[in-house]
Write a protein that binds this ligand. Structure first.
Ligand SMILES: [Zn+2]
Length: 374
């Protein structure tokens, strides 16, 4: 049995495994009592056994169902309501009133999301184990007790309350995003609301509600389409084809890797159901491993739960040339059969130009290389 040394601060609730897309499982409120006792001994000794973690907490669980709240739409509705009824004034006090109104409205929406998740969870649990026989019989979902039905396994999974477009939401409410101090202050209030409600729901319903920084591969585009149809194209809010992913720094902001980590690491801690922080580098970093290591260490020091570095990896299917192929033809052989491998959300995608909708493709093209400001 391999023994690994970990910091006490990292155990037990902060240990998790992620899916490639970023989904993670936080502490399991339905973990067996024996497991809770083991956790206590782990805390006392400061040691953890890796197979123990994988057997008891990490594996055999998953994201059961997510609901994502489209934050900018709620913010815009709040603004319109203020405009019509309450005489919204574009002053510091006016913005504060609007932000407060938004937070109250969001609170209601988080409750709605909870109700939707419970309804879906109950529906899923009403199925017979024979609907996924292989999964239950082979322990892929841990904890299954035949006499108790599939709820016995699914209760260890996560009910995720997700979000999209924090940056645009802040623009609507106060005219700046969380790359500013003022924006970050409100961003933290919004994330705290998600966190508090999920913690309360978790206790009340004994189900693993968690704050989720949604990947939104399709929603980033479809939600924007609906927003534009209703409110038109508004600078810094809806003048692109997609909403910014979860609480990310907008992809077009020219920030260094360190600045991006500094900003997002202030918000990743609010999430218990999964988040990702990535930076975009160009292929040159492959010649500078020291720089790569510095960036990774910086992210680890800032407690980024899941960190990714995106490096374009294009492959000429004619001659095998690999690297960034900017034009539509290979710089080596002129071939035009190019496969463009990208980490667009969490996992690597074969060719983002065919795998994603126009909104997500536009977002990928807008991404600045954070190397520009190292
Ligand atoms: Zn080639």
């Amino acid at each position: 049995m391999k023994k690994i040394r970990i910091k006490q601060a990292q155990i037990p609730v902060e240990l998790f495994s992620t899916m490639g897309c970023r989904t993670q499982n936080g502490a399991d409120i339905n973990a067996a009592n024996s497991y809770q006792m083991n956790i206590q001994s782990v805390i006392e000794t400061g040691h953890l056994y890796d197979n123990y973690v994988s057997a008891a907490q990490k594996d055999g669980r998953g994201n059961i169902c997510p609901v994502t709240i489209i934050l900018p739409t709620i913010a815009m509705r709040c603004l319109k309501t203020f405009d019509k009824g309450n005489g919204y004034k574009d002053t510091k006090e006016g913005k504060r009133d609007l932000a407060d109104y938004f937070l109250r409205t969001l609170n209601n929406k988080i409750h709605d999301a909870k109700d939707m998740l419970i309804e879906r969870f109950e529906y899923i649990c009403s199925q017979d184990a024979s609907s996924a026989k292989f999964m239950y019989e082979n322990g892929l979902m841990a904890g299954y007790v035949p006499e108790e039905g599939i709820r016995s396994a699914l209760k260890h999974g996560t009910l995720a309350i997700g979000q999209i477009g924090l940056a645009e939401t802040l623009q609507i409410l106060i005219g700046c995003d969380h790359t500013t101090e003022e924006g970050m202050e409100l961003a933290k209030q919004i994330e705290q609301l998600f966190k508090d409600r999920c913690a309360e729901f978790k206790e009340e319903y004994k189900l693993n509600f968690g704050v989720y920084m949604t990947p939104a591969e399709n929603l980033c585009y479809t939600s924007m389409q609906k927003f534009q149809a209703k409110y038109g194209k508004i600078p810094n809010i809806s003048d692109r084809e997609y909403f910014t992913n979860s609480m990310h720094v907008p992809v077009w902001k020219e920030v260094s890797p360190f600045e991006k980590i500094d900003i997002e690491s202030q918000l990743t801690g609010y999430s218990s159901a999964g988040c990702i922080t990535y930076i975009e580098l160009d292929g040159a970093v492959l010649q500078n491993l020291e720089a790569l290591q510095t960036i990774v260490n910086y992210a680890m020091d800032k407690d980024i739960p899941y960190f990714a570095i995106n490096i374009p990896n294009d492959l000429c299917l004619d001659c095998g040339y690999t690297g960034l192929i900017g034009e539509d033809k290979c710089p080596m052989c002129g071939g035009q059969d190019i496969q463009r491998l990208r980490r667009v959300t969490g996992y690597l995608t074969g060719d983002y130009k065919t795998a994603f909708n126009p909104g997500k493709q536009a977002e990928v093209l807008d991404r600045v290389k954070h190397t520009m400001k190292i």
